[in-house]
Write a protein that binds this ligand. Structure first.
Ligand code: ADP
Ligand code: ZN
Ligand code: ZN
Length: 815
């Protein structure tokens, strides 16, 4: 007898697979999707392995296959196992990354009356509670009813409780049905002349046709391979009756062909040729090409490249030409971009270079388009896949190159749900598996990536000069304004005098400006408006966060609480308050200060709808607004020659987040925002307002000095044992009850500390419990523990976490 180990789609958290037996006569291969019984339900499973012996004694039989051929390749299965071990998630969670869009289907519960109630069943009317009676009566009226429908009518809790009793008494039964597939393969009718028609033509004895019939007949005759119905509709209006008549005469035959719903309209895209590379570009490309042409075993150099070049230095051109070389070698490529950069322009740039060869995968496509693009890739009909981080798992057969643009972007780290993977880490693992090359591109590389490049784990490639608006164009001039001076000299507005005057000038010259706030979440910290003092934790050197509900300050590293100071401990000023101005407030202030200006606001509140980003971008680039106001979104992807001024309202906000990456984040944001100015011939300038002008991240951003920033940042990281020197894990417990939540976190902390001591894990630090940065999320309180060690995953792997816990390895941002 043969057995299969399955990854099963259930909420039951278990790292391993489930064993099933394979019914006689059923052919099953690894990677295939099957139906399997699980408790009373039928669920989806992916075959991981076929074995002679089940891993667990008692097995049930697989019910049937979902896909006739494997959905996942051998390599993908191997990768899924690695992901589940590395990020401590269930194997199904890892496998799910690689499944086709809309794959997931659930077992839905249906309720009906037992046809023959057992002899023990009492007369219903005597034993039923009013609630049970109501449901019982309802079921008597109809036949099989979805449980969800009963829940809608009688309430969820009431229905569930009553059903338990009704089922126990043997009066009612519950069955499960699988929800229908959400997306189907799309087919379209094709018409062509029948064999009989061709014989008529040959023998010149065609039956007489009406003029309209003749038109269509002639058209089909000129297209011997057949024409799709949609095509015919364009050529001949109201053709159905005519076609039917031709069919009845036996002159036309039809076939169903699969059509692929395609997101890219190539008819709108102009094909483009490669550009001639500048000498620095040529050098970079040569290094990548060399790796692509060398087998991994013969390649002594690292096969992951860090392409460090400021915006406009020609990185994309290198991606394009590296892809061309990859295709020339008969292999395929993946291009990952942050979600926000996935604009029609970006896609057009790749599609123009590789007409017909691109597939895009992202969540804003319709389910049908996603499904079909996935199928096209799986069938080998696309050579290059473009998309956000999830596109890394597209079913491309052994990609030869994986490109990650703007590799420092935080969207490459999946926060929720599990697996909380980092795209870069997984891409490197995949490349190792496939013998592929990885290219990471950025103007402000992640500290971790640059560290690896410095230490020979990645190959560093550099593009030092800007190519737009002309070769060697300088970066915009950046000025720093000390807001403490503004205050002490009597300016209480959120605009410094410099920024105010500069905006006036822009408006007078009919140019454009961008105003930027680097606000993230509801973060608020306490800052003295006179001396710039920020309240910090005495034991963690982390900024404290203001909690308005308790009127106190909390350290989100260790959990220590502090009272809210009324005066500044440094300069005794009473003007100490929490900072946090939103985009709406900034819009109001701007309207007051510059009533003549046309304003446009861009933040997550106004960009909910589909294509909203694009609309805002279009409005602004058509110069239908003078000032664009926004959050980090404006920092990316805009290439607007008419923008001559960028103003950063308060550079300190991201600096004072209780996160060791705050400096890095601030530098990246400021560098990116600054990159938005001066893209045109008329040049531009950047004004950064701050209360802490001496801060190293702000100083480095002003001078466009990545090296200088890196040198300082890496020293701090080393001193504080932060990544890349140690790894972090953030484990969070969430619960509706506050006290219970804190207690559980304390118990866990104790358990972990004991285990660490017993195992002699001397280098393992356990911080907390502390309230999570967002202490209450969707009604649940959250407490967190932070582990710091050379490899926290190894330690955590042997610990069982129950319901309510979530684990994040290499966390980014705030847990
Ligand atoms: P990045 O990706 O680094 O921002 P791009 O590749 O988008 O840079 O290049 C910036 C601009 O310079 C684009 O308009 C591009 O067409 C142009 N460009 C890139 N490489 C060359 C080249 N070798 N010769 C001329 N123009 C180039
Ligand atoms: Zn002060
Ligand atoms: Zn602390």
């Amino acid at each position: 007898m043969a057995f299969a180990e399955l990854a099963v789609n259930t909420p039951v958290l278990r790292p391993g697979s489930f064993s099933y037996s394979i019914p006689l006569g059923l052919e099953i291969k690894p990677g295939q999707a099957v139906w399997a019984p699980f408790g009373p339900k039928i669920v989806q499973g992916i075959v991981l392995e076929i074995t002679d012996q089940p891993a667990f004694g008692q097995t049930r039989e697989i019910c049937g296959v979902i896909s006739d051929t494997p959905l996942l390749s051998f390599h993908q299965l191997k990768l899924a196992k690695w992901i589940s071990q590395t990020y401590l998630c269930s194997i199904y969670e890892a496998v799910a990354l690689m499944l086709p869009p809309s794959f997931e289907r659930q077992s839905l519960a249906y309720i009906s009356l037992e046809t023959i109630p057992p002899a023990t069943a009492k007369n219903p009317s005597e034993t039923l509670s009013p609630n049970m009676q109501k449901i019982f009566d309802r079921l008597k009226a109809g036949d099989v009813t979805p449980q969800s429908e009963l829940e809608k009518i009688f309430g969820k809790k009431t229905t569930q409780n009553a059903l338990i009793k009704l089922i126990n008494q043997g009066l009612v039964k519950r069955t499960y049905r699988i929800s229908p597939a959400r997306v189907q393969t799309k087919f379209e009718k094709h018409f062509r002349l029948s064999g009989q028609a061709l014989a008529f033509i040959k023998n010149q004895n065609l039956p007489k046709l009406s003029p309209r019939q003749t038109d269509i007949f002639e058209c089909l005759r000129k297209n011997p391979l057949g024409i799709a119905k949609s095509q015919l509709n364009l050529l001949f209006k109201n053709n159905s009756a005519v076609l039917k008549a031709l069919e009845q005469k036996g002159l036309v035959s039809t076939e169903e062909h699969q059509v692929f719903r395609q997101p890219i309209d190539y008819s709108q895209i102009t094909p483009m040729l490669h550009l001639e590379l500048s000498p620095p570009q040529a050098k970079c490309l040569q290094a990548i090409t060399h790796s692509l042409n060398t087998l991994p075993e013969n390649d002594p150099n690292p096969r992951t490249f860090l392409l460090h070049g400021i915006t406009g230095s020609g990185k994309t051109e290198i991606y394009l030409q590296s892809l061309a070389e990859t295709l020339r070698l008969g292999r395929k490529g993946i291009v990952l971009v942050p979600e926000i950069s996935l604009t029609p322009q970006t896609i057009a740039r790749f599609a123009g270079r590789f007409p017909g060869k691109i597939a895009v995968l992202h969540s804003r496509l319709s389910p049908g388009e996603q499904f079909d693009e996935w199928q096209r890739i799986k069938n080998g009909q696309a050579d290059i896949v473009i998309g956000p981080r999830s596109a890394l798992f597209a079913p491309l057969d052994k990609p030869g190159i994986i490109i990650i643009d703007e590799e420092h972007e935080w969207t490459y780290k999946q926060q929720d749900p599990q697996p909380r993977y980092h795209t870069r880490t997984v891409a490197n693992k995949m490349a190792e598996e496939y013998g592929a090359v990885v290219v990471l591109g950025s103007a402000t590389p992640d500290i971790d990536s640059y560290f690896k490049a410095k230490h020979g784990i990645y190959q560093l490639l550099e593009l030092p000069e800007r190519l737009t608006p002309y070769r060697g164009a300088s970066l915009p001039k950046t000025e720093l304004v000390d807001m403490r001076t503004e205050l002490s000299e009597g300016n209480r507005s959120i605009f410094s005098r410099n920024l105010h005057a500069s905006i006036e000038k822009v408006l007078a010259n009919h140019e454009q400006a961008i105003l930027f706030i680097n606000r993230r979440g509801g973060a608020s910290f306490i800052q003295c408006r006179d001396c710039g003092y920020v309240a910090m934790c005495k034991s963690c050197d982390a900024p404290l966060t203001y909690h308005p509900d308790q009127e106190n300050l909390v350290c989100h590293q260790c959990g220590r609480q502090y009272s809210n100071p009324l005066t500044c401990p440094k300069c005794s000023s009473r003007r100490i308050k929490y900072l946090g101005i939103g985009t709406q407030k900034l819009e109001e202030e701007t309207r007051l200060a510059f009533p003549q200006a046309r304003l446009l606001r861009w933040d997550s509140d106004v960009t909910r709808g589909k294509n909203k980003h694009q609309q805002i971008m279009d409005t602004f680039s058509r110069h239908q607004a003078d000032i664009l106001i926004g959050t980090q979104m404006v920092a990316k992807g805009l290439d607007l020659p008419a923008v001559t001024l960028v103003g950063v309202i308060n550079a300190d906000i991201s600096l004072n987040l209780p996160d060791f990456r705050a400096g890095e984040r601030t530098f990246q944001l400021l560098a990116q925002v600054a990159g938005r100015a001066g893209r045109g011939i008329s040049g531009g300038k950047v004004i950064i307002q701050t209360y802490t002008p001496e801060n190293y991240a702000i100083q480095a951003a002003v001078c466009h000095d990545y090296q200088g920033f890196y040198a300082k940042e890496i020293t701090y990281r080393r001193e504080l044992n932060n990544p890349p020197f140690r790894k972090l894990a953030c484990i969070v417990f969430s619960h509706l009850n506050h006290d219970f939540c804190r207690q559980q976190a304390e118990v866990m902390a104790e358990t972990l500390r004991e285990k660490a001591d017993a195992g002699g894990s001397g280098s393992l630090e356990i911080l907390g419990p502390a309230p999570a940065f967002i202490q209450r999320l969707r009604g649940r309180y959250r407490y967190q523990l932070i582990l710091r060690s050379p490899n926290p995953a190894d330690f955590l792997r042997n610990i069982s976490f129950g319901q309510g816990w979530s684990i994040d390895l290499d966390p980014y941002g705030l847990c």
